[in-house]
Write a protein that binds this ligand. Structure first.
Ligand code: SF4
Length: 431
């Protein structure tokens, strides 16, 4: 029996795509492996958001060339790759294809059955209790630093029917957390809007989809990413209060300075963003909010960076994923002068890191003595003195806080309610 290995770089969307590619190989009766030395097929699912990921693929490609001399190995490349990189990789890889052109993979594997819309392929989920469900791909926003619209193309939404089918199957199989995915998830615009129920109270299509899923019976919770502030309509904000919604929202800010936001082509001001946060907190006062911030964008002055620091303090985010700007070929920003030194970018990154750590620790104190609902994903004795035979379990709360629970008989995939006895920076502890 043939073996296949999938090596995935990048975001949750790429991970979800890899689950669909795995399903195509499984239809061929191939078995998965993590060992490149025994694989008959190696699929690399690439990410171009950072140059380092592409550099790593070049490093791996040298190894593939050597392996191919020793055995009949086939190497395949998919994912987010710029056209110019694809042409270069085509000299080493046996097949280079866009995930949307999944038929090319079926043809390459000489597989009779063909599902032309790759989103309709039933994926091989990595876990039975948590699933990523892509509802749209591509992006029309063209943020000036981002390569996604060039490698993923324009926005294309999956049909309501297909999304609901997958979600219902997941609920029936006992999945406890469903995470809707899209590069710009809240601009969801399906072709089959007539599938939405007539009693659906919303006008916005994404809010409508959230409502439909919330009506489904079952013991599960619902989350989504990545939402764009410009598409956070009142309907979407109100839908955050629906009963199955998790108590967490990730809403990328990128900068707290209006001139930088304009140069980034983000299509909102800090004032717009803050108004959205205020509305969200009215609808769902305890919601945890995370964001993305880029430091050292071309031309970012010390004063402009300070605006980001001030805005961060004003919003009081629960978590940030902050990155130092690096140019990506083909983007508008790559033509701007990358004039903030690496040392300065690192300094700004550290300032935000320190600020986040102080603020998150402070925010987490509100969980002391409170009940949170945790989906267990790890059972371990790790970190305990060998004299303590207690079990430790870990999981995420509905606020996406990591929770460690001592001395209970809970198992992986179970949702439990626990009281927090010790709120720390990155962990809420329940004794
Ligand atoms: S919204 Fe902007 S950052 Fe997000 S995928 Fe689209 S272009 Fe990239």
């Amino acid at each position: 029996m043939s073996k296949f290995q999938i090596i995935t770089f990048g975001c949750q969307m790429n991970k979800a795509d890899s689950e669909r590619v795995a399903s195509v190989f499984n239809q061929l009766d191939c078995t998965p492996t993590d060992d490149s030395a025994v694989a008959d097929y190696i699929v690399v699912n690439a990410c171009s958001v950072r140059q380092t990921a592409i550099d790593r693929i070049w490093g791996m490609a040298k190894g593939f060339t050597k392996m191919k001399k020793l055995r009949p190995l086939k190497v395949i490349l998919t994912g987010c790759v710029l056209e110019e990189d694809k042409k270069k990789f085509a000299k080493i890889f046996d097949l280079v294809f866009n995930i949307q052109e999944i038929k090319k993979l079926y043809d390459f594997l000489q597989q009779g059955f063909v599902e032309t819309d790759y989103l309709n392929i039933r994926p091989e989920y990595s876990t039975p209790y948590h699933a990523y469900v892509p509802i749209m791909t591509g992006c029309n926003n063209f943020c000036s630093y981002c390569v996604v619209p060039y490698v993923r193309g324009r926005e294309k939404s999956r049909s309501v029917k297909s999304v609901l089918l997958e979600v219902k199957d997941l609920i029936a199989s006992g999945c406890k957390e469903i995470h809707l995915l899209g590069q710009n998830v809240n601009s969801y615009d399906p072709v089959d809007k007539e599938v939405f129920s007539t009693e659906n109270p919303y006008q916005n299509n994404f809010a409508k989809l959230l409502w439909e899923i919330n009506q489904l019976a079952g013991d599960f919770r619902l989350n989504f990413s990545a939402a764009h502030p410009k598409d956070m309509t009142d309907d979407v904000i109100n839908a955050l209060a629906l009963p199955k919604q998790m108590n967490y929202l990730h809403l990328a800010l990128q900068s707290g300075d209006d001139e930088i936001l304009k140069a980034m082509n983000r299509k909102y001001t800090t004032d717009d963003y803050y108004k959205i946060i205020e509305k969200i907190r009215k609808v769902k006062p305890d919601i945890a909010i995370g964001t993305d911030i880029i430091v050292g964008f071309p031309g970012e002055t010390e004063e402009q960076f300070q605006h980001t620091v001030d805005f961060y303090k004003k919003v009081r985010f629960d978590i940030i994923y902050h990155a130092m700007y690096s140019p990506r070929a083909g983007t508008v920003a790559s033509k701007m002068e990358d004039n903030v030194s690496q040392t300065e970018k690192k300094r700004r990154w550290r300032i935000l890191q320190t600020l986040m750590e102080e603020m998150t620790l402070e925010i987490n104190q509100k969980y002391l003595g409170k009940k949170v609902q945790v989906l267990i994903d790890i059972v371990s004795n790790e970190g305990l003195p060998s004299t303590r035979a207690e079990r430790v379990v870990l999981g995420n709360s509905a606020e996406m806080k990591r929770v460690r629970i001592f001395n209970r008989g809970y198992g992986i995939g179970q949702v439990v309610e626990v009281v927090i006895a010790e709120p720390q920076l990155w962990l809420l502890i329940s004794h």
